[in-house]
Design a binder for this molecule. Structure first.
Ligand code: FEO
Ligand code: CA
Ligand code: CA
Ligand code: CA
Length: 509
Protein backbone atom coordinates (compact mmCIF):
# COMPACT_ATOMS: atom_id res chain seq x y z
CA UNK A 1 0.00 0.00 0.00
CA UNK A 2 1.77 3.18 -1.19
CA UNK A 3 0.02 5.29 1.49
CA UNK A 4 2.05 3.40 4.12
CA UNK A 5 5.41 4.18 2.51
CA UNK A 6 7.19 6.88 4.48
CA UNK A 7 8.21 9.90 2.42
CA UNK A 8 11.91 9.91 1.64
CA UNK A 9 12.65 13.18 -0.04
CA UNK A 10 16.42 13.19 -0.39
CA UNK A 11 17.81 12.20 -3.78
CA UNK A 12 19.61 8.82 -3.51
CA UNK A 13 22.50 10.11 -5.66
CA UNK A 14 24.90 13.02 -6.01
CA UNK A 15 23.51 15.19 -8.83
CA UNK A 16 25.64 15.49 -11.97
CA UNK A 17 26.49 18.69 -13.86
CA UNK A 18 25.15 19.57 -17.30
CA UNK A 19 26.82 17.60 -20.10
CA UNK A 20 27.01 16.96 -23.83
CA UNK A 21 28.93 13.69 -24.16
CA UNK A 22 27.80 10.97 -26.58
CA UNK A 23 27.03 8.61 -23.72
CA UNK A 24 24.49 7.80 -21.07
CA UNK A 25 26.04 9.61 -18.10
CA UNK A 26 25.00 8.60 -14.56
CA UNK A 27 26.05 9.55 -11.02
CA UNK A 28 28.82 7.63 -9.26
CA UNK A 29 27.62 4.22 -8.13
CA UNK A 30 25.10 3.69 -10.95
CA UNK A 31 25.58 1.57 -14.06
CA UNK A 32 23.56 0.85 -17.19
CA UNK A 33 23.34 -1.92 -19.75
CA UNK A 34 21.91 -2.00 -23.26
CA UNK A 35 18.96 -4.40 -23.02
CA UNK A 36 16.73 -4.30 -26.11
CA UNK A 37 18.34 -2.43 -29.02
CA UNK A 38 16.67 -1.78 -32.35
CA UNK A 39 17.19 -4.70 -34.74
CA UNK A 40 17.69 -7.41 -32.10
CA UNK A 41 15.85 -10.61 -33.10
CA UNK A 42 13.69 -11.68 -30.13
CA UNK A 43 10.79 -13.82 -31.41
CA UNK A 44 10.77 -17.41 -32.63
CA UNK A 45 9.67 -16.20 -36.08
CA UNK A 46 12.58 -13.79 -36.42
CA UNK A 47 10.97 -10.45 -35.61
CA UNK A 48 13.22 -7.61 -34.47
CA UNK A 49 12.95 -4.98 -31.75
CA UNK A 50 11.54 -1.84 -33.42
CA UNK A 51 12.96 1.68 -33.73
CA UNK A 52 12.83 4.79 -31.53
CA UNK A 53 11.77 3.32 -28.23
CA UNK A 54 9.35 5.31 -26.11
CA UNK A 55 7.00 4.22 -23.31
CA UNK A 56 7.95 1.07 -21.41
CA UNK A 57 5.41 -1.03 -19.50
CA UNK A 58 6.60 -3.40 -16.77
CA UNK A 59 4.32 -6.43 -16.28
CA UNK A 60 5.67 -8.75 -13.56
CA UNK A 61 5.72 -12.25 -15.01
CA UNK A 62 3.59 -13.51 -12.07
CA UNK A 63 1.21 -10.52 -12.14
CA UNK A 64 -1.90 -12.51 -13.06
CA UNK A 65 -1.29 -14.76 -10.05
CA UNK A 66 -1.01 -11.70 -7.80
CA UNK A 67 2.81 -11.61 -7.84
CA UNK A 68 5.18 -8.66 -8.18
CA UNK A 69 8.37 -10.13 -9.57
CA UNK A 70 11.21 -7.64 -9.85
CA UNK A 71 13.48 -10.07 -11.66
CA UNK A 72 11.23 -11.39 -14.41
CA UNK A 73 8.68 -9.56 -16.53
CA UNK A 74 6.99 -9.01 -19.83
CA UNK A 75 8.11 -5.56 -20.92
CA UNK A 76 6.21 -3.63 -23.54
CA UNK A 77 8.23 -1.12 -25.54
CA UNK A 78 6.57 1.54 -27.71
CA UNK A 79 8.32 2.38 -30.98
CA UNK A 80 7.21 5.88 -31.81
CA UNK A 81 8.49 6.62 -35.31
CA UNK A 82 11.33 5.79 -37.67
CA UNK A 83 14.23 7.67 -39.19
CA UNK A 84 14.24 6.49 -42.80
CA UNK A 85 18.00 6.93 -43.08
CA UNK A 86 18.49 4.22 -40.47
CA UNK A 87 15.42 2.05 -41.21
CA UNK A 88 15.17 0.64 -44.71
CA UNK A 89 17.99 2.85 -45.91
CA UNK A 90 16.13 4.90 -48.50
CA UNK A 91 15.20 8.45 -47.64
CA UNK A 92 13.91 9.66 -50.98
CA UNK A 93 12.70 6.59 -52.86
CA UNK A 94 9.36 5.55 -51.42
CA UNK A 95 9.57 1.91 -52.58
CA UNK A 96 7.12 -0.69 -51.22
CA UNK A 97 10.07 -2.37 -49.47
CA UNK A 98 11.06 0.88 -47.76
CA UNK A 99 7.48 1.56 -46.63
CA UNK A 100 7.12 -2.00 -45.31
CA UNK A 101 10.38 -1.73 -43.37
CA UNK A 102 9.13 1.47 -41.76
CA UNK A 103 5.70 -0.01 -40.94
CA UNK A 104 7.34 -3.01 -39.29
CA UNK A 105 9.73 -0.91 -37.19
CA UNK A 106 6.92 0.99 -35.41
CA UNK A 107 4.27 -0.11 -32.90
CA UNK A 108 5.03 -2.18 -29.82
CA UNK A 109 7.44 -4.97 -28.80
CA UNK A 110 6.37 -7.41 -26.08
CA UNK A 111 9.60 -8.80 -24.62
CA UNK A 112 10.19 -11.25 -21.80
CA UNK A 113 13.20 -10.26 -19.70
CA UNK A 114 14.97 -11.72 -16.70
CA UNK A 115 17.54 -10.51 -14.19
CA UNK A 116 20.28 -12.94 -13.25
CA UNK A 117 23.49 -12.10 -11.39
CA UNK A 118 22.75 -8.37 -11.66
CA UNK A 119 22.30 -8.46 -15.47
CA UNK A 120 19.10 -8.38 -17.51
CA UNK A 121 18.65 -10.52 -20.62
CA UNK A 122 15.88 -11.12 -23.14
CA UNK A 123 14.55 -14.67 -22.81
CA UNK A 124 12.51 -16.72 -25.30
CA UNK A 125 8.76 -16.83 -24.66
CA UNK A 126 5.76 -17.61 -26.88
CA UNK A 127 4.35 -14.21 -25.84
CA UNK A 128 7.32 -12.32 -27.31
CA UNK A 129 5.81 -10.52 -30.30
CA UNK A 130 5.55 -7.37 -32.38
CA UNK A 131 2.42 -5.32 -32.90
CA UNK A 132 3.17 -2.93 -35.76
CA UNK A 133 1.62 -0.70 -38.42
CA UNK A 134 0.31 -3.81 -40.23
CA UNK A 135 -1.31 -5.69 -37.31
CA UNK A 136 -5.11 -6.22 -37.31
CA UNK A 137 -6.72 -4.11 -34.58
CA UNK A 138 -10.39 -3.84 -33.62
CA UNK A 139 -12.17 -0.51 -33.25
CA UNK A 140 -14.39 -0.44 -30.16
CA UNK A 141 -16.68 2.18 -28.63
CA UNK A 142 -18.95 4.87 -30.09
CA UNK A 143 -16.91 5.60 -33.24
CA UNK A 144 -16.69 1.96 -34.38
CA UNK A 145 -18.36 1.44 -37.74
CA UNK A 146 -19.31 5.11 -38.20
CA UNK A 147 -18.69 7.47 -41.11
CA UNK A 148 -15.87 9.16 -39.15
CA UNK A 149 -13.80 6.00 -39.70
CA UNK A 150 -15.33 5.15 -43.08
CA UNK A 151 -17.47 2.42 -41.53
CA UNK A 152 -14.51 0.42 -40.28
CA UNK A 153 -14.74 -2.07 -37.41
CA UNK A 154 -11.31 -3.61 -37.99
CA UNK A 155 -8.32 -1.48 -38.94
CA UNK A 156 -4.71 -1.94 -39.79
CA UNK A 157 -1.92 -1.12 -37.42
CA UNK A 158 -0.90 1.28 -34.68
CA UNK A 159 1.53 4.16 -35.28
CA UNK A 160 3.00 7.15 -33.45
CA UNK A 161 3.24 5.05 -30.26
CA UNK A 162 4.44 7.66 -27.82
CA UNK A 163 3.82 7.24 -24.12
CA UNK A 164 1.12 5.04 -22.62
CA UNK A 165 -0.16 3.45 -19.47
CA UNK A 166 -0.76 0.16 -17.71
CA UNK A 167 -4.16 -0.98 -16.45
CA UNK A 168 -4.68 -2.68 -13.07
CA UNK A 169 -5.78 -5.82 -14.97
CA UNK A 170 -2.43 -6.13 -16.73
CA UNK A 171 -2.92 -4.66 -20.18
CA UNK A 172 -0.98 -1.97 -22.02
CA UNK A 173 -2.49 1.25 -23.31
CA UNK A 174 -0.31 2.52 -26.15
CA UNK A 175 -0.97 6.09 -27.27
CA UNK A 176 -1.00 7.13 -30.93
CA UNK A 177 0.41 10.63 -31.04
CA UNK A 178 1.84 11.99 -34.30
CA UNK A 179 -0.09 10.08 -36.96
CA UNK A 180 -0.68 12.52 -39.81
CA UNK A 181 2.53 12.51 -41.86
CA UNK A 182 2.11 8.92 -43.02
CA UNK A 183 -0.76 9.65 -45.40
CA UNK A 184 1.88 11.18 -47.63
CA UNK A 185 5.03 9.17 -46.82
CA UNK A 186 3.18 5.83 -47.01
CA UNK A 187 1.00 6.78 -49.99
CA UNK A 188 -0.11 3.65 -51.81
CA UNK A 189 0.12 1.48 -48.68
CA UNK A 190 -3.54 1.82 -47.69
CA UNK A 191 -2.68 3.89 -44.61
CA UNK A 192 -5.78 5.59 -43.16
CA UNK A 193 -5.09 8.52 -40.80
CA UNK A 194 -8.57 8.42 -39.19
CA UNK A 195 -7.85 4.87 -38.05
CA UNK A 196 -4.96 6.26 -36.01
CA UNK A 197 -4.76 8.81 -33.21
CA UNK A 198 -6.54 6.62 -30.64
CA UNK A 199 -5.62 4.74 -27.48
CA UNK A 200 -4.92 1.07 -28.27
CA UNK A 201 -5.22 -1.64 -25.59
CA UNK A 202 -2.92 -4.68 -25.91
CA UNK A 203 -2.78 -7.74 -23.64
CA UNK A 204 0.88 -8.75 -23.30
CA UNK A 205 -0.15 -11.96 -21.52
CA UNK A 206 -2.57 -13.07 -24.25
CA UNK A 207 -1.34 -12.85 -27.86
CA UNK A 208 -4.65 -14.40 -29.04
CA UNK A 209 -6.62 -11.36 -27.82
CA UNK A 210 -7.04 -8.91 -30.70
CA UNK A 211 -5.73 -5.44 -29.75
CA UNK A 212 -8.53 -2.86 -29.36
CA UNK A 213 -8.68 0.85 -30.18
CA UNK A 214 -10.73 2.65 -27.51
CA UNK A 215 -12.62 5.32 -29.44
CA UNK A 216 -14.51 6.47 -26.33
CA UNK A 217 -11.24 8.01 -25.14
CA UNK A 218 -11.31 10.38 -28.11
CA UNK A 219 -9.07 11.03 -31.06
CA UNK A 220 -6.27 13.56 -30.69
CA UNK A 221 -2.47 13.56 -30.38
CA UNK A 222 -2.51 11.05 -27.55
CA UNK A 223 0.58 11.39 -25.42
CA UNK A 224 -0.29 9.01 -22.60
CA UNK A 225 -2.93 7.63 -20.23
CA UNK A 226 -2.45 7.65 -16.44
CA UNK A 227 -4.87 5.00 -15.19
CA UNK A 228 -6.40 4.62 -11.74
CA UNK A 229 -9.58 3.36 -10.07
CA UNK A 230 -12.01 5.84 -8.48
CA UNK A 231 -13.65 5.33 -5.07
CA UNK A 232 -16.75 3.83 -6.67
CA UNK A 233 -14.76 1.36 -8.80
CA UNK A 234 -14.96 3.17 -12.12
CA UNK A 235 -11.70 3.34 -14.06
CA UNK A 236 -10.26 6.80 -14.68
CA UNK A 237 -7.64 7.73 -17.27
CA UNK A 238 -5.92 11.14 -17.51
CA UNK A 239 -4.67 12.05 -20.99
CA UNK A 240 -2.84 14.87 -22.75
CA UNK A 241 -3.15 16.13 -26.34
CA UNK A 242 0.44 17.06 -27.20
CA UNK A 243 -0.01 20.09 -29.36
CA UNK A 244 0.41 23.81 -28.78
CA UNK A 245 -2.80 25.18 -27.23
CA UNK A 246 -4.44 21.79 -26.80
CA UNK A 247 -6.13 20.27 -23.76
CA UNK A 248 -6.00 17.80 -20.87
CA UNK A 249 -8.70 15.10 -20.75
CA UNK A 250 -10.16 12.58 -18.37
CA UNK A 251 -12.00 9.38 -19.28
CA UNK A 252 -14.29 7.72 -16.73
CA UNK A 253 -15.50 4.20 -17.51
CA UNK A 254 -19.19 3.29 -17.36
CA UNK A 255 -18.53 -0.09 -15.70
CA UNK A 256 -16.62 -0.88 -12.53
CA UNK A 257 -13.33 -2.63 -11.98
CA UNK A 258 -13.63 -6.13 -10.52
CA UNK A 259 -10.24 -7.53 -9.42
CA UNK A 260 -11.68 -11.06 -9.74
CA UNK A 261 -12.94 -10.72 -13.33
CA UNK A 262 -10.14 -10.01 -15.77
CA UNK A 263 -12.26 -10.90 -18.79
CA UNK A 264 -14.82 -8.22 -17.89
CA UNK A 265 -12.10 -5.68 -17.07
CA UNK A 266 -10.72 -6.04 -20.59
CA UNK A 267 -14.01 -4.50 -21.84
CA UNK A 268 -14.11 -1.62 -19.34
CA UNK A 269 -12.54 0.98 -21.61
CA UNK A 270 -15.11 0.42 -24.36
CA UNK A 271 -17.72 2.68 -22.75
CA UNK A 272 -17.47 5.77 -20.61
CA UNK A 273 -17.52 9.54 -20.42
CA UNK A 274 -14.85 11.82 -21.83
CA UNK A 275 -14.20 15.15 -20.06
CA UNK A 276 -11.91 18.09 -20.83
CA UNK A 277 -10.21 20.23 -18.19
CA UNK A 278 -11.24 23.85 -17.76
CA UNK A 279 -8.34 25.32 -15.77
CA UNK A 280 -10.10 28.68 -15.52
CA UNK A 281 -12.71 27.46 -13.04
CA UNK A 282 -11.27 24.04 -12.19
CA UNK A 283 -14.04 21.92 -13.68
CA UNK A 284 -14.27 18.87 -15.90
CA UNK A 285 -16.51 19.53 -18.91
CA UNK A 286 -18.30 16.49 -20.33
CA UNK A 287 -17.98 15.94 -24.08
CA UNK A 288 -21.38 14.48 -24.86
CA UNK A 289 -23.23 15.43 -28.03
CA UNK A 290 -26.68 15.07 -26.43
CA UNK A 291 -25.93 16.49 -22.98
CA UNK A 292 -23.26 19.19 -23.37
CA UNK A 293 -24.44 22.63 -24.34
CA UNK A 294 -22.55 24.07 -27.26
CA UNK A 295 -21.70 20.94 -29.24
CA UNK A 296 -24.88 20.88 -31.36
CA UNK A 297 -24.51 24.60 -32.15
CA UNK A 298 -20.80 24.53 -32.96
CA UNK A 299 -20.25 25.67 -36.54
CA UNK A 300 -17.37 25.29 -38.95
CA UNK A 301 -16.01 28.30 -40.89
CA UNK A 302 -18.43 27.51 -43.73
CA UNK A 303 -21.42 27.66 -41.37
CA UNK A 304 -22.08 23.91 -41.36
CA UNK A 305 -22.43 22.08 -38.02
CA UNK A 306 -19.06 20.87 -36.73
CA UNK A 307 -20.61 17.75 -35.20
CA UNK A 308 -23.70 15.72 -36.02
CA UNK A 309 -23.21 12.82 -33.59
CA UNK A 310 -21.20 11.62 -30.59
CA UNK A 311 -18.90 9.83 -33.05
CA UNK A 312 -18.05 13.23 -34.58
CA UNK A 313 -17.42 14.70 -31.14
CA UNK A 314 -14.98 11.91 -30.22
CA UNK A 315 -13.29 11.75 -33.63
CA UNK A 316 -12.35 15.43 -33.31
CA UNK A 317 -12.08 15.69 -29.56
CA UNK A 318 -9.83 18.75 -29.81
CA UNK A 319 -12.43 20.82 -31.66
CA UNK A 320 -15.14 19.57 -29.29
CA UNK A 321 -13.05 20.45 -26.25
CA UNK A 322 -12.31 23.97 -27.45
CA UNK A 323 -15.98 24.50 -28.38
CA UNK A 324 -17.16 23.89 -24.80
CA UNK A 325 -14.54 25.71 -22.72
CA UNK A 326 -11.64 23.25 -22.52
CA UNK A 327 -8.53 25.28 -21.66
CA UNK A 328 -5.77 25.32 -24.28
CA UNK A 329 -2.43 24.75 -22.52
CA UNK A 330 1.28 24.60 -23.38
CA UNK A 331 1.57 21.14 -24.93
CA UNK A 332 0.53 18.51 -22.39
CA UNK A 333 3.06 15.69 -22.41
CA UNK A 334 3.09 12.98 -19.76
CA UNK A 335 0.66 12.77 -16.82
CA UNK A 336 1.20 10.71 -13.66
CA UNK A 337 -0.68 10.19 -10.41
CA UNK A 338 1.19 10.67 -7.13
CA UNK A 339 1.18 7.27 -5.38
CA UNK A 340 0.62 8.67 -1.88
CA UNK A 341 -1.35 11.92 -2.27
CA UNK A 342 -3.39 11.04 -5.37
CA UNK A 343 -2.54 14.39 -6.95
CA UNK A 344 -2.24 14.42 -10.72
CA UNK A 345 0.97 15.85 -12.23
CA UNK A 346 1.07 17.15 -15.80
CA UNK A 347 4.18 18.07 -17.82
CA UNK A 348 3.45 21.09 -20.01
CA UNK A 349 6.51 20.89 -22.18
CA UNK A 350 6.69 24.33 -23.85
CA UNK A 351 4.81 26.57 -26.26
CA UNK A 352 6.87 28.77 -28.55
CA UNK A 353 3.65 30.54 -29.65
CA UNK A 354 3.53 32.16 -26.23
CA UNK A 355 7.29 32.47 -25.71
CA UNK A 356 7.17 29.63 -23.16
CA UNK A 357 10.45 27.96 -24.18
CA UNK A 358 11.10 26.03 -20.99
CA UNK A 359 7.78 24.58 -19.91
CA UNK A 360 6.49 23.71 -16.46
CA UNK A 361 5.04 20.92 -14.37
CA UNK A 362 1.65 21.52 -12.79
CA UNK A 363 -0.35 19.42 -10.35
CA UNK A 364 -4.00 19.23 -9.38
CA UNK A 365 -6.07 17.62 -6.68
CA UNK A 366 -9.55 16.30 -7.41
CA UNK A 367 -12.49 17.46 -5.28
CA UNK A 368 -12.85 15.19 -2.24
CA UNK A 369 -9.78 13.28 -3.42
CA UNK A 370 -12.11 11.43 -5.78
CA UNK A 371 -10.67 10.83 -9.25
CA UNK A 372 -14.20 10.72 -10.69
CA UNK A 373 -14.94 14.23 -9.33
CA UNK A 374 -16.25 17.10 -11.45
CA UNK A 375 -13.99 19.77 -9.91
CA UNK A 376 -10.29 20.18 -9.11
CA UNK A 377 -7.76 22.69 -7.75
CA UNK A 378 -4.42 23.17 -9.50
CA UNK A 379 -1.06 24.86 -8.93
CA UNK A 380 2.36 25.13 -10.55
CA UNK A 381 4.86 22.59 -9.18
CA UNK A 382 8.10 23.42 -11.04
CA UNK A 383 9.04 25.88 -13.77
CA UNK A 384 11.72 25.24 -16.40
CA UNK A 385 14.45 27.76 -17.19
CA UNK A 386 18.06 28.72 -16.41
CA UNK A 387 17.34 28.91 -12.67
CA UNK A 388 15.78 25.50 -12.26
CA UNK A 389 18.19 23.97 -14.81
CA UNK A 390 15.67 21.98 -16.85
CA UNK A 391 13.60 22.73 -19.92
CA UNK A 392 10.84 20.95 -21.83
CA UNK A 393 9.62 18.40 -19.29
CA UNK A 394 8.25 15.33 -21.06
CA UNK A 395 7.88 11.87 -19.47
CA UNK A 396 7.21 11.59 -15.75
CA UNK A 397 7.39 8.66 -13.36
CA UNK A 398 6.92 8.46 -9.59
CA UNK A 399 8.74 6.26 -7.15
CA UNK A 400 6.70 4.85 -4.24
CA UNK A 401 7.98 7.55 -1.85
CA UNK A 402 6.22 10.06 -4.06
CA UNK A 403 9.38 11.51 -5.56
CA UNK A 404 9.03 12.56 -9.16
CA UNK A 405 11.49 11.64 -11.93
CA UNK A 406 11.27 13.56 -15.19
CA UNK A 407 13.02 13.42 -18.57
CA UNK A 408 13.37 16.40 -20.88
CA UNK A 409 12.79 16.72 -24.62
CA UNK A 410 14.51 19.72 -26.15
CA UNK A 411 14.44 19.13 -29.85
CA UNK A 412 15.34 22.65 -31.00
CA UNK A 413 18.45 23.34 -28.97
CA UNK A 414 20.18 25.14 -31.81
CA UNK A 415 17.49 27.73 -32.33
CA UNK A 416 16.10 28.59 -28.94
CA UNK A 417 17.29 29.96 -25.59
CA UNK A 418 17.55 26.48 -24.05
CA UNK A 419 20.96 25.96 -25.59
CA UNK A 420 22.57 28.49 -23.25
CA UNK A 421 22.14 26.35 -20.15
CA UNK A 422 20.86 22.89 -20.87
CA UNK A 423 23.26 20.58 -22.73
CA UNK A 424 21.96 17.16 -23.79
CA UNK A 425 18.54 15.97 -22.69
CA UNK A 426 18.56 14.86 -19.08
CA UNK A 427 16.62 13.10 -16.34
CA UNK A 428 15.82 14.96 -13.12
CA UNK A 429 14.67 14.03 -9.62
CA UNK A 430 12.22 16.19 -7.62
CA UNK A 431 10.99 15.77 -4.09
CA UNK A 432 7.28 16.63 -4.03
CA UNK A 433 7.12 17.61 -0.37
CA UNK A 434 9.47 19.01 2.26
CA UNK A 435 11.72 22.07 1.99
CA UNK A 436 13.34 20.90 -1.26
CA UNK A 437 10.04 20.23 -3.08
CA UNK A 438 10.06 21.22 -6.74
CA UNK A 439 13.85 21.61 -7.03
CA UNK A 440 15.45 19.73 -9.94
CA UNK A 441 18.43 17.39 -9.39
CA UNK A 442 20.10 16.02 -12.52
CA UNK A 443 20.35 12.22 -12.44
CA UNK A 444 21.18 11.21 -16.02
CA UNK A 445 22.27 12.75 -19.31
CA UNK A 446 21.49 11.14 -22.67
CA UNK A 447 23.75 10.73 -25.72
CA UNK A 448 23.99 13.21 -28.60
CA UNK A 449 20.63 14.16 -30.18
CA UNK A 450 18.84 11.62 -28.00
CA UNK A 451 15.78 12.00 -25.84
CA UNK A 452 15.32 9.68 -22.90
CA UNK A 453 11.77 8.33 -22.69
CA UNK A 454 9.50 5.78 -21.07
CA UNK A 455 11.04 5.47 -17.60
CA UNK A 456 9.57 2.67 -15.47
CA UNK A 457 10.71 1.02 -12.23
CA UNK A 458 10.85 -2.60 -11.27
CA UNK A 459 8.46 -3.12 -8.31
CA UNK A 460 11.37 -3.34 -5.82
CA UNK A 461 12.80 -0.02 -6.99
CA UNK A 462 16.18 -1.50 -7.80
CA UNK A 463 16.04 -1.23 -11.60
CA UNK A 464 15.07 1.77 -13.69
CA UNK A 465 14.24 0.91 -17.30
CA UNK A 466 14.75 3.81 -19.67
CA UNK A 467 14.48 4.20 -23.43
CA UNK A 468 17.19 6.00 -25.38
CA UNK A 469 15.30 7.46 -28.34
CA UNK A 470 16.74 8.90 -31.55
CA UNK A 471 20.52 9.04 -30.76
CA UNK A 472 22.24 10.70 -33.74
CA UNK A 473 18.91 11.90 -35.14
CA UNK A 474 20.35 15.03 -36.72
CA UNK A 475 23.09 13.18 -38.64
CA UNK A 476 23.21 14.03 -42.31
CA UNK A 477 24.57 10.70 -43.50
CA UNK A 478 25.30 7.19 -42.27
CA UNK A 479 29.00 7.79 -42.97
CA UNK A 480 29.24 10.49 -40.34
CA UNK A 481 26.72 9.80 -37.59
CA UNK A 482 26.65 12.41 -34.81
CA UNK A 483 26.25 9.58 -32.28
CA UNK A 484 27.48 6.01 -32.14
CA UNK A 485 25.46 5.14 -29.04
CA UNK A 486 24.79 1.38 -28.68
CA UNK A 487 26.30 0.70 -32.13
CA UNK A 488 26.94 -2.97 -32.90
CA UNK A 489 30.61 -3.81 -32.56
CA UNK A 490 32.38 -3.09 -35.82
CA UNK A 491 29.83 -0.46 -36.90
CA UNK A 492 29.19 3.17 -36.05
CA UNK A 493 25.41 3.19 -36.58
CA UNK A 494 23.68 4.43 -33.40
CA UNK A 495 20.78 2.33 -32.14
CA UNK A 496 17.76 3.43 -30.14
CA UNK A 497 17.54 1.01 -27.23
CA UNK A 498 16.09 0.14 -23.89
CA UNK A 499 18.62 0.34 -21.07
CA UNK A 500 18.42 -1.05 -17.54
CA UNK A 501 19.97 1.12 -14.81
CA UNK A 502 21.14 -0.50 -11.58
CA UNK A 503 22.60 0.90 -8.38
CA UNK A 504 19.43 2.09 -6.60
CA UNK A 505 19.00 1.10 -2.97
CA UNK A 506 15.43 -0.14 -3.56
CA UNK A 507 12.37 0.74 -1.47
CA UNK A 508 12.17 0.55 2.28
CA UNK A 509 8.77 0.86 3.94
FE1 FEO B 1 5.88 11.68 -28.45
FE2 FEO B 1 4.55 14.24 -27.10
O1 FEO B 1 5.86 13.06 -27.23
CA1 CA C 1 6.58 12.60 -25.06
CA1 CA D 1 5.05 8.21 -17.44
CA1 CA E 1 8.31 15.99 -26.40
Amino acid sequence: DPKKVKPQTVAPFRPIPVGSADALTLPTGYRSQVLAPWGEVFTADGREIGFNHDYVGYFPIDMLEGGQSSTEALLTINHEYVNAMYVGGETKERTPAQIKAEMQAMGVSVVRVKKDGGRWTIVPDPRNRRIDALTDIELTGPVRGTAAVKGATMVRGTVGNCSGGQTPWGTLLTCEENVDGYTKSWAGSGYEAMHQGWVTEIDPFDPAWTPKKRTGMGRFRHENVAVTVAKDGRVVGYMGDDMQDACVYKFVSRGKYDPANRAANRDLLTDGDLYVANFGNGTWVLLDYDKTKGLKDAKAADGKPLFTSQADVLADARASALAVGGTPVDRPEDIEIHPRTGEVYVALTNNSKHGNYFGQIIRFREDGDDWAAQKFLWEVFAVGGPQSGFASPDNLVFDPYGNLWMVTDNSDLATNPIKAFHGNNAMFFFATEGPDAGRAHRFAIGPVDAEMTGPVWSPDGKTLFLSIQHPGEDSESLDKPRSTFAAKSGTNVPRPTLVAIEGFPGWKA
